[in-house]
Design a protein around this ligand. Sequence first.
Ligand SMILES: [Fe+2]
Length: 365
Amino acid sequence: MRELTFFMPTRVVFGQDVVKKAGDGLALGRKALIVTGQTSARKSGALDDVLSVLTGDYVLFDRVENNPTGENCLEGAELAKKENCDYIIAIGGGSPLDAAKVMAVLAVNDKKPLELYGGWENQPLPIVAIPTTAGTGSEVTPYAVLTLHEEETKKGLGGPDLFPRVAYLDPKYTASLPRQVTIDTAVDALSHLVEGYLSNRATPASDFVALQGIAVWGATIPALRAGQFTMEDRENLLLASMLGGITIAQTGTTFVHALGYPLTYFHDYPHGRANGVFMASYLEYTNEHAPERVETVLELLDVPSLEAFRELMNELFADFVGKLHVGEERIRAYAEKAAQTRNVTYSRGTPTVDQLTKILKDNIL
Ligand SMILES: [Fe+2]
């Protein structure tokens, strides 16, 4: 008999002006720690919307770094403690959303950030999540990814109480994103959907979400190619991103994410672009283990073949293909590090260090 669990406790509110419409329902407590990066919360208009309806007190922490470290999160958590904040409003892309989750834990648990990988006791502060990019899906996942200088990589941590309490998704917040940021983040969303669908942890319930998301994402391919986006495209990308988040909340990610982390850590590749480097190889590799699933992905995207999928990725990242310069020794080290991650074991036909090395070489050298 089939066995599965499906857990997604975040209340999702999606549509135009949802933050404003939430009104005083936006507040989850007496005093909010508002967590943002340096620009997108303001530029997108999301912070203004929040402040226009927020009742009660708040304090702003707008110093989340790109690819945040534990220390950066600790800084926000200290502020939450000092100001007696009892909930968090996180506004931004993956970095502020993930950092807010770590702050939510650190604010009520006397632990160092690295210790969180071993778990925590006290229930984190509740979080309102408002994404301003369409890619991370963090608003509906129980994960946060931190940059660990100690281990020279990025590493995810998670727990069922890290799902935000509520997520407000308004496509208008993504309208001002530049073309390449839109593409980078969109490919992160696609990677969540495809990795989840092709993962060996996929279930009929996660498939249901992933397949819908892949189809919605596929409808945006002409816009991604052209680099011009209508509000309907923005809506589709945000929806696909959310569905991708719900998918990986069930399945986790696979070797695409594991191989992408060193490109972000050592080469400053934005997360989605780093995944994009390996997406075509992921489909080709998985085609050896679950060809019917790969065929379904291509059909839903309306991409005729694996070669055409590789061409699509090359086209979206045309300015970057072949620009990474990594020596063979480094590549082996990246493969060895990736092989130690759990993500790799979630890939069908769990690749060995040699196979990962080959995938890295095929796409980087
Ligand atoms: Fe991701």
